[in-house]
Write a new protein. Structure first.
Length: 283
């Protein structure tokens, strides 16, 4: 029986267990690396393998020291309250890790925002989650290049926004204003045509993704096609284009739409962009 091994045997057995499972981890990660070619899937599989091996190591070592640990129950009981208080944040972060994985709040590769921090998830450890930061001083939801480390217990105290857990598409709106004298119907047609060209076959892709997401969430969209709204503002007629786009192509899509709209408006003598004007009247 493992629990009947003397002290020296327990120590040697523990060391041997750590070495054995370490080597097993190295071999298993290499095998996973050869079998799985996709970078994201390979990373997730290796991460799961590391967690399983770590837990197995703890279980075996606990079995070896079970008898000794049993005699220390009273001491552990006295120390547990102080340890729990001192390690409140780490413990809550570990609980957060179980919540993140158990409830599938987010996974590696998702784009999330939590506690004012926004980015793409690149690692989820038992205590922290690592993000490649987006926005901050950079516009268009593009990367700043910084890696942000946030504790897992934030999921209990902050709102969590996940851009990609249901499907990797978001609604975005673009606006521009033309003068009151412009042919606003023609401008709206141009705008809608450009939006449809930009979106292309995306509505069908969105519909497929939505059907998959409806297995987990009560999501219902009636229309996936771009639409142009008209609004009267102080300096003219404002056109608002609303359309779905891949969350990571937002800035590229916006730039493409504006470039095409500007080029087409330049060809129209009866459509002119408006700008804020002031009138000074002397009495």
């Amino acid at each position: 029986m493992l629990t009947e091994i003397p002290w020296i045997g327990k120590i040697l057995g523990s060391v041997a267990t750590v070495i054995l499972f370490y080597l097993l981890g190295v071999v298993s990660r290499r095998l996973v690396g050869k079998v799985i070619t996709d970078n994201v899937q390979r990373y997730r599989a290796q991460k799961r393998m590391s967690i399983i091996i770590a837990l197995a190591t703890i279980v075996v070592i606990a079995t070896i020291w079970a008898e000794t640990l049993g005699s220390l129950t009273t001491m552990i009981g006295l120390l547990s309250a102080g340890i729990a208080l001192a390690l409140k944040d780490p413990i809550s972060s570990v609980v957060g890790w179980f919540h993140i994985n158990g409830s599938k709040l987010f996974r590696i590769g998702d784009r999330i925002e939590i506690g004012g921090t926004k980015g793409d998830v690149i690692d989820i450890s038992m205590l922290t989650t690592s993000l490649i930061e987006i926005e901050n001083w950079v516009d268009g939801e593009q990367s700043t290049g910084r890696i942000v480390i946030i504790p897992n217990n934030r999921v209990f105290v902050h709102n969590l926004f996940n851009y990609t857990t249901a499907f990797p598409y978001i609604w975005t709106e673009l606006k521009f204003t033309i003068t009151f004298e412009s042919n606003w119907k023609k401008a709206a047609d141009i705008f809608e045509q450009v939006l449809n060209e930009t979106v292309g076959e995306l509505p069908r892709e969105v519909e497929r993704s939505l059907r998959e997401a409806q297995g987990r969430f009560l999501i219902h969209y009636r229309n996936f096609d771009p639409i142009v709204y008209i609004k009267i503002v102080g300096s003219g007629v404002q056109l608002i284009g609303r359309f779905l786009i891949d969350v990571r192509r937002r800035r590229m899509a916006e730039s493409s739409v504006f470039a095409k709209v500007l080029a087409k408006i330049d060809e129209q003598p009866d459509v002119n962009l408006a700008y804020t004007t002031y009138r000074i009247v002397n009495k």
